[in-house]
Design a protein around this ligand. Structure first.
Ligand code: GDG
Length: 471
């Protein structure tokens, strides 16, 4: 069986015994790596200052070798904060106003990808299957090909792929698209992202959509498809069920005191629509005074990328907005919004989702949004809550039982809250089971299997199956 080599900007190191389980993606990829044996390579998250980073630090755990490299301060600034997070992230989330192009940063992005390729290439064997993750590493395959590697290389994009109109505003859009053509399989979250990709090739006249997921561009043929990522549904449901006895969850239940709870969980990021959501909650209370003191809105928002000025500023804005709404609609015996600005344990999170009558997930743009799926998986089948979900999250394509909203329409979101809080238990059950059935069959292991099945050449897959059956 061919080995699997996973490359991602950050690498989730295996949990020490007794630690909370890692998120679904890490678990699924670790399972695939453990089955085939292989390597997970990426940035250590550390800087080597202005000195060139030393050799890869390697850790063998079972059949998986973790290989990490430091980056210099300049690399971190230009590649990570600069081009990945201040150009690609905003562009892919339709925030042209926040993109800060700089030639230095663009050069740094391509340079660090070349550096990763040089570190990785000596570890690769001819039969290895390589799976690259996310927008930090788009040019990696081109660099590996440049070094003569002929391996199957797949790429999965976790964030949205924008329409051609948006993409062409990025000065290096041609190089980025050329980079993508060096993969054998491109995976997007939804059919919309795939259509945007195909639309660019057509519009710029640089490639052909041959049908059946086959594309020709820059003299290469490759496949592209939609592979909506899932979560570890059954395990997460079990975690939520067991969390009822967790002390933190019990305390949360007591503090809600019979009120309905609305939950929002997001990394602090402008793409998540947190400000608009707080506005919608205020509008909901103002238009439904009967719900005063009857609901508690819990917003959990761990900090992220706080070194980037927009994120630091957002942190202030969200805290101020939550305080302002509490001041405006709260009463002496009721704090409407509880705002937590740090990360909480995964099992507590699962228990809190289960306590909540509404999962409020309103990104302005999101590749998938796993919170929406986790909220559904965590529900009590007899008393499920309602998912209120932005139509601009990838998850909306699959969540047929959710109340879909447009997060730019504050009044519409407020109305959806009223609808969810007054929905009959029969309708809640019917909507929930439609979503849960889908999530159980489309979990993260299935996602991983689907992608690898399409990446590995059919002949090799058949011979692997044959040797598995024979053994
Ligand atoms: C990218 C794409 C795509 C959040 N707060 C806590 C916590 N979380 C966990 C959630 C969830 C994860 O973080 C967030 O996942 P999302 O999918 O919502 O968002 P991104 O981080 O932006 O991820 C996204 C994803 O990649 C996968 O392809 O869906 O569209 O942007 O799992 O539970 N976990 C814990 N404590 C917290 O306070 N333990």
């Amino acid at each position: 069986m061919s080995r699997l080599v996973v490359v991602s900007n950050r690498v989730p190191m295996p949990a020490k015994d007794g630690d909370a389980p890692a998120g679904g993606l890490a678990v699924a990829l670790q399972a695939a790596l453990q089955e085939r044996g292989g390597i997970w390579m990426g940035w250590s998250g550390n800087s080597s200052g202005d000195k060139e980073p030393g050799p890869l630090s390697q850790l063998q755990k079972g059949k998986i070798a973790y290989a990490l490299t430091d980056l210099t301060d300049t690399d971190v600034e230009e590649y990570y904060h600069g081009f990945a997070n201040r150009v690609l992230w905003p562009i892919c989330h339709y925030r042209l106003d926040l993109a800060e192009y700089g030639h230095k940063e663009m050069a740094g992005y391509f340079r660090v990808n070349r550096f990763f390729a040089h570190k990785l290439a000596p570890l690769i064997e001819p039969d290895d299957i390589i799976w690259v993750h996310d927008y930090h590493l788009i040019p990696l395959a081109a660099e590996l090909r440049q070094m003569g590697l002929k391996n199957r290389i797949g790429f999965f994009l976790h964030i949205p792929w924008p329409s051609a109109d948006i993409l062409v505003t990025m000065p290096v859009h041609e190089e980025i698209m050329r980079g993508l053509s060096h993969y054998d399989l491109l995976g997007f979250q939804t059919d919309y992202d795939l259509q945007n990709f195909a639309g660019y090739l057509r519009r710029e006249g640089i490639g052909d959509d041959l049908g059946n997921g086959l594309f020709d561009s820059h003299g290469r043929s490759f496949r592209a498809g939609a592979y909506p990522i899932g979560i570890e549904t059954a395990e997460f449901a079990e975690l939520a069920r067991k969390a009822a006895t967790n002390i933190m969850v019990r305390k949360a239940r007591q503090s809600v005191e019979g009120r309905d709870m609305i939950i929002g969980v997001d990394r602090l990021d402008y793409s998540k629509g947190i400000i608009q959501r707080l506005d919608a909650f205020e509008r909901f209370i103002n238009s439904n005074p009967g719900f005063q003191n009857k609901v508690t809105y819990l917003q959990i928002t761990p900090k992220s990328r706080s070194e980037v000025p927009e994120y630091e500023q957002m942190q202030k804005m969200v805290a101020e907005q939550a305080g302002r709404v509490n001041g405006a609609v709260g009463t002496v015996d009721w704090v409407p919004i509880r705002y937590i600005n740090r990360s909480i344990g995964r099992n507590v999170l699962a228990g809190l989702y289960r306590l909540a009558t509404i999962g409020l997930v309103t990104p302005l743009r999101d590749g998938m949004n796993l919170v929406a799926k986790e909220y559904v998986a965590a529900q009590d089948p007899d008393h499920p809550g309602v998912l209120v979900l932005s139509r601009f999250a990838g998850a909306a394509r699959e969540s047929k039982g959710a109340l879909l909203i447009n997060p730019y329409d504050v009044e519409g979101t407020a109305n959806a809250l009223t609808k969810a809080l007054t929905m009959s238990i029969e309708e809640r059950r019917e909507r929930w089971s439609r979503m849960m059935d889908h999530l159980l069959t489309h979990d993260v292991s299935q996602w991983c299997e689907d992608f690898l099945r399409d990446l590995i050449p059919v002949a090799r897959l058949q011979s692997e199956r044959g040797s598995l059956l024979a053994s």
